[in-house]
Design a protein. Structure first.
Length: 289
C-alpha cells in the first residue's frame, strides 16, 4: 500500500528544488503524482512551490475533478492528466519555467543534438509544442504528437514539462535540459558549438539502448535518420513556428541536405560526390565565418 504522506512530502521536496533553482517564480509551476488508476495528487494553484507542505496537496480524479484537499488544485492539471492518459507507464509530471530552456521556448529555437553525451543518453531529441493558452484542454492536447517519443518537452512561449516513473525522475529531465540550454548559450557566446560525429553519437545511442533508455532513433522507424539533425520532431517545426536561427545545423545535416539537392537536380558533367563536398565545405566555411 502506498504511503500518500510520503509521496506528498516528496512533492514538497521537489517543489523546494524547483524554487531554489529559480525554475519557478512566485506561484509558477505544478507537480502531480498518479497514485491509482483514477487518482492523482496535485499541487495547489496560487501557491509558491518553495513553501509547500503535505497538507497543501490535493487529490483529483482523471477528469480533473477535485476529490479532496483544502486548497484548489492547479489550473494546469489537465496537461498532466493528458500525459497520464497517453502514457500508462508514467507516474509523475513536473511543469515549471526554467529560464534557459524557456528562453528556447520563447525564441522557438530547436535544441541542438549530438553535443553533450549526457543529453543524448537521458533526453534525446526535445520537441517544442505549438502555442496554446495555458489551462484548457486545447493546451493539454499540444503534447499529444510528442508524448510517446520523449520524456521532456518545451512548451512554446511557456516553459517545460517532464515526466517519469517517480517525481524525482520527472524533475531530473527538466534539470538536465535547463543545464544543457545554459551550456549552449555560454558556448555560443564563446563563438563555437562543436558537434559530435555521427559515429560517436551512434555509440551513445548503443549505450542508451543497452542501459534500457528508449529513443526513437533506436527503432526501425528511424533507422535511416540523421541522428544529429532533429529528425524525430523536425516535421512539427513549421506548425509551431520553430526554426534554426541561433544555432547552425550539424555538418552531417548540411551534407545530407546538399546531397539531396544534387540528387533532385544533378549538374551535368560534374561528379556528384565532388559537388556535394564542395557545397558542404562552402556551407561549413560560412558557418564558421
Amino acid at each position: 500500500m502506498q504511503n500518500l504522506h510520503k509521496i506528498k512530502q516528496d512533492m514538497c521536496d521537489i517543489g523546494k528544488r524547483i524554487y531554489n533553482r529559480q525554475f519557478a517564480a512566485a506561484n509558477d509551476g505544478n507537480i502531480t503524482v498518479r497514485v491509482s488508476d483514477n487518482e492523482v495528487l496535485c499541487t495547489p494553484t496560487l501557491h509558491c512551490k518553495g513553501f509547500l507542505v503535505p497538507d497543501d496537496i490535493s487529490l483529483v480524479d482523471m477528469t480533473g475533478k477535485q476529490l479532496s484537499g483544502r486548497k484548489k488544485r492547479s489550473s494546469e492539471a489537465l496537461l498532466h492528466l493528458e500525459i497520464y492518459r497517453q502514457r500508462e507507464d508514467i507516474r509523475s509530471v513536473v511543469h515549471c519555467h526554467p529560464p534557459h530552456a524557456t528562453a528556447f521556448a520563447i525564441a522557438r529555437e530547436p535544441i541542438p543534438q549530438c553535443i553533450l553525451p549526457e543529453v543524448e543518453v537521458f533526453l534525446g531529441d526535445v520537441p517544442i509544442t505549438k502555442y496554446e493558452t495555458p489551462g484548457g484542454q486545447a493546451f493539454a492536447d499540444t503534447i499529444i504528437p510528442f508524448v510517446k517519443k520523449t520524456n521532456v518537452m518545451i512548451l512554446a512561449n511557456h516553459g517545460t514539462v517532464s515526466y517519469g516513473e517517480t517525481v524525482e525522475q520527472a524533475y531530473w529531465w527538466t534539470e538536465i535540459l535547463d543545464s544543457y540550454c545554459r551550456m549552449l548559450m555560454l558556448a555560443k557566446q564563446l563563438g563555437n558549438v562543436s558537434y559530435l560525429s555521427q559515429e560517436k553519437s551512434k555509440e551513445l545511442l548503443d549505450l542508451k539502448d543497452k542501459w534500457g533508455y528508449k529513443d526513437p532513433r533506436n527503432t526501425s522507424e528511424y533507422e535511416n535518420c540523421d541522428i544529429c539533425a532533429n529528425d524525430i520532431f523536425r516535421d512539427s517545426w513549421a506548425e509551431a513556428g520553430v526554426a534554426q536561427r541561433a544555432f547552425n545545423p550539424p555538418p552531417s545535416a548540411v551534407a545530407s541536405a546538399a546531397k539531396a539537392a544534387v540528387a533532385s537536380s544533378p549538374a551535368s558533367g560534374i561528379d556528384e560526390e565532388k559537388l556535394v563536398k564542395l557545397i558542404t565545405d562552402e556551407v561549413i566555411r560560412q558557418m564558421k565565418a
